[in-house]
Design a protein. Structure first.
Length: 274
């Protein structure tokens, strides 16, 4: 950073993305492009691994409108919603779920749980699942969403804000529980950028909503600590983590000296107390 003026270089297979000072560009990027021929360059408005990236004066926007426009709905065969799909349509369902999952993981957190539900039934899909899939594709095409990342000011004021939630036994198999999280990087004047999010099945079957909420919070904190470590390695700063939950029972259990009745959960909650 001191020698070359500061910059960052990201590589995904044979696509690279960089940002930095003019000195970084002249000394580092030019050397790389002289040795490795680049087929195409983009500046301020570019496409990177299927993402449309636009740099404005005070923010950077990110969308997948071009990728979404190419998504195709699946033709639903005759029969009711409970009719099982043929092997060919099952394969088509799995492929489409994968395409939507890419979008949900990159720019559409609002579809994360829907993708989780469909992925759990993809091996025994029905006409009803194809109908839900097509509705998701319609939603993607009808709602043009662009994520914005504003200038956050002095990095010394940064903090990570984590939200987690969970539900007991809410997934399609009737026994598994789902969890979700979202993490923001917050800067000056409470401006924030969405860093990551996710919705997934809790690793083990739990006995209560308290257990589901506790395990979700633990997983969310693990993700937040990982991001804080990355920021520390790259920027050389320590970023505090603030966690938010909507479960009064979990909040009480964390701060109480009385152990919960579920013995296995005691070990998990002890991690949070530390």
């Amino acid at each position: 950073r001191r020698v070359h003026g500061g910059g960052m270089f990201l590589l995904h297979v044979d696509d690279f993305l960089y940002a930095g000072t003019k000195l970084f560009h002249d000394r580092i990027i030019k050397s790389i492009t002289e040795k490795f021929i680049a087929g195409r360059f983009g500046d301020r408005s570019l496409k990177y691994v299927g993402l449309n990236i636009v740099q404005e004066q005070n923010f950077i926007s990110l969308d997948q409108c071009d990728y979404i426009d190419n998504l195709e709905k699946v033709i639903i065969p005759p029969g009711g919603n409970s009719c099982l799909l043929s092997p060919t349509l099952t394969s088509r369902l799995k492929s489409a779920i994968g395409q939507i999952s890419w979008t949900a993981n990159q720019t559409r957190p609002d579809l994360s749980f829907d993708v989780l539900e469909l992925s759990m039934v993809s091996n025994h899909g029905t006409n009803g699942h194809l109908n839900k899939l097509n509705k998701m594709i319609n939603k993607l095409k009808d709602e043009h969403v662009s994520m914005k990342f504003p200038a956050l000011g002095n990095p010394s004021n940064f903090k990570l804000l984590l939200y987690t939630d969970a539900s007991h036994g809410n997934l399609p198999d009737g026994v598994s529980s789902g969890e979700g999280f979202i993490i923001f990087l917050v800067g000056e004047n409470n401006k924030c950028s969405t860093l990551t999010w996710g919705s997934k099945k809790i690793k083990r079957v739990v006995k209560s909503t308290l257990a589901a909420e506790g395990l979700a919070f633990i997983d969310g904190l693990d993700e937040a600590h990982f991001i804080a470590t990355l920021i520390s390695d790259v920027c050389g700063i320590k970023v505090p983590i603030v966690g938010r939950i909507d479960s009064r029972n979990l909040h009480t259990s964390i701060h109480s000296t009385t152990a919960v009745n579920e013995k296995r959960l005691r070990i998990d909650l002890h991690l949070l107390k530390k």
